[in-house]
Each structure stands twice: as structure tokens, then as C-alpha cells.
Design a protein around this ligand. Structure first.
Ligand code: CUA
Length: 158
């Protein structure tokens, strides 16, 4: 049996307790607060994404009453989200599909827990429900070139 100093033993137990507490915190945040992991939904060709498919004609599509999907393409030069304006009625659930036509971008939607990377070649999927009227700005959160600060848009819930 190895002899462990008393204080060292306390620290070992404290570290183990910390791991258990953090594991519980992850479980609680995922199942009670709806944390979504932005796993790659699909792969796309960044060279043709602006020419064919859903991202060539980006924007909102209504699937059912109060149920929408939004295809958003992030692009540098000119630095812009396509589209940079979305409008949905209050109470809507919107599933966002995001991709980049060139470099790495970010997408943070104020007032929601959506804050993801937007990568060329990959589609990121996130869902949010809007139960309050208002204007929700979205911005690029990854430095993507000299026009990075121009990458923003707004989602209006009315
Ligand atoms: Cu796109 Cu920063």
C-alpha cells in the first residue's frame, strides 16, 4: 500500500469531486437548457455552393405554420451573409442551415444560444424558437478578412 500524505489525499478527493460536479453540470446544461452541439449536418462543395442547391437560393422556407428553415450562406469579398434579413412571425421555430462559400466564418444570433462556426464544405444546423417579438441581430464571430466587421444581418420577429 502506498502511503499518501493526508493533505495530498484531500486534494485527490477534491479533484475527483470536481470531475463529478463538472460531469453533472454538462448533463444538466444539455438536457435542461437545450445545449445543441453543432455537429456537421452535411457536406457541400464550397466551390459550387453559391451556384447550385439550397445555398444558391438562400433564405427562409416555410415548412408548416410557425415552422421554418433558413438557409444562410456566409461569404467573403463582398463580406456578407446571404440573406442579411429574415422575418418570421412570433412563436416560430426556425432551423438554421449555415455554410461558407470560402473561408471560416462565425454566426452568433443575439437572444438565442446559437453561436457557431461556419465552415467551407460543411453545413451547420441549429434550431431556435422565437416566442418574443423583436429584432435579433446576427454577426460573424470569426475574423475572416478585411470586411469582417461588415458581416451582419437581422432576424425580425413580428
Ligand atoms: Cu465572416 Cu468574419
Amino acid at each position: 500500500m502506498i502511503h499518501v500524505e493526508r493533505y495530498e489525499r484531500y486534494w485527490i478527493w477534491l479533484s475527483l469531486a470536481g470531475l463529478v460536479i463538472f460531469a453533472i453540470a454538462i448533463g444538466v446544461s444539455s438536457f435542461m437548457f437545450g445545449i445543441q452541439v453543432p455537429s456537421p449536418e452535411a457536406l457541400v462543395n464550397p466551390n459550387t455552393v453559391a451556384k447550385t442547391g439550397n445555398f444558391a437560393n438562400p433564405g427562409l422556407r416555410q415548412l408548416a405554420p410557425n415552422k421554418y428553415e433558413a438557409y444562410i450562406r456566409a461569404q467573403a469579398s463582398p463580406w456578407k451573409f446571404y440573406p442579411d434579413k429574415l422575418e418570421v412571425p412570433v412563436g416560430s421555430t426556425v432551423t438554421f442551415y449555415l455554410t461558407s462559400a470560402d473561408v471560416q466564418h462565425g454566426f452568433k444570433l443575439e437572444g438565442t444560444n446559437i453561436n457557431v462556426m461556419v465552415l467551407p464544405g460543411q453545413v451547420t444546423k441549429m434550431t431556435a424558437t422565437f416566442n418574443q417579438k423583436g429584432t435579433f441581430p446576427y454577426v460573424c464571430t470569426e475574423y475572416c478578412g478585411v470586411g469582417h466587421q461588415n458581416m451582419f444581418g437581422t432576424l425580425v420577429v413580428k
